[in-house]
Design a protein around this ligand. Structure first.
Ligand SMILES: C[S@@+](CC[C@H](N)C(=O)[O-])C[C@H]1O[C@@H](n2cnc3c(N)ncnc32)[C@H](O)[C@@H]1O
Length: 219
């Protein structure tokens, strides 16, 4: 079994004071967000990111990932749910000779990727990774696996395991208390499966996923 590790500890901490949403979410906003198109990445904040731009925030995270997995020039890394490829770029820059690739379901994100990663990003879904068994030295997936319903999330974890042999890290939506769960449920846009850590650990075990993990918790 993998271990819980905060590989994103170097990201700037956003000071948020989140309470439950007062009004009900508009189902049309949820539907459009789940298309992972322009509205999700670069539309108004209600639909997702409200502008997904490169700002270098992943640079120290890339160094931490390389150190954690002991990656060397020539090692092959896949970022599942890579969006516009910002982490792919920062991993490439952090260790010359590292072979880094990404995969995402969003054609919009790939068509608006960082210029340094053109040709390295694949269009596809996390539950069907078009690569041979054991083809990567490390597979990362940040805030993506929870966007599939439970059965497909299980398949995505099996796919990550198949490519990486467990040299992997996933971060997924979770909560530790009923209060956190209520706040999460009032804000969530795209997640199809989410649970307390025990529920995720049960899914990891069901999938045979032995990589590392951490939770994204709104607080
Ligand atoms: C919250 S964003 C995370 C992006 C990036 N990993 C990050 O941390 O900044 C979720 C990403 O998952 C992608 N996504 C959603 N469903 C997916 C699927 N079934 N397979 C692959 N990517 C998916 C979306 O297009 C989006 O880029």
């Amino acid at each position: 079994m993998g271990e819980q590790v905060d590989l994103l500890r170097a990201l700037p901490k956003t000071k948020r004071n989140i309470s439950a949403r007062e009004e009900a979410k508009d189902p049309e906003v949820v539907r459009i967000s789940k298309e992972y198109g322009e509205m999700y990445f670069d539309g108004p904040r209600d639909y997702g990111y409200g502008g997904y731009k490169y700002d270098g925030r992943w640079v120290p995270v890339a160094h931490d990932i390389i150190a954690h997995f002991g990656l060397k020039p020539g090692s092959r890394v896949l970022d599942v749910g890579c969006a516009k490829g910002y982490l792919v770029k920062d991993l490439l820059d952090a260790l010359p000779g590292l072979e880094v690739f990404g995969l995402d379901i969003s054609e919009y994100a790939l068509m608006h990727c960082h210029p340094d990663v053109i040709g390295r990003l694949h269009l596809g879904s996390a539950d069907h990774l078009p690569f041979p068994d054991g083809s990567f030295d490390c597979v990362i997936s940040l805030d993506t696996v929870h966007n599939l319903p439970r059965e497909r999330a299980c398949k995505a974890l099996q796919e990550i395991q198949r490519l990486s042999g467990g040299r992997a890290f996933v971060r997924v939506d979770s909560y530790l208390t009923p209060e956190q769960k209520a706040v999460f449920e009032s804000w969530v846009l795209t997640a199809e499966f989410h649970d307390y850590p025990e529920g995720w650990l049960a899914l990891f075990s069901e999938a045979g996923y032995t990589g590392d993990y951490n939770w994204t918790i709104i607080s």
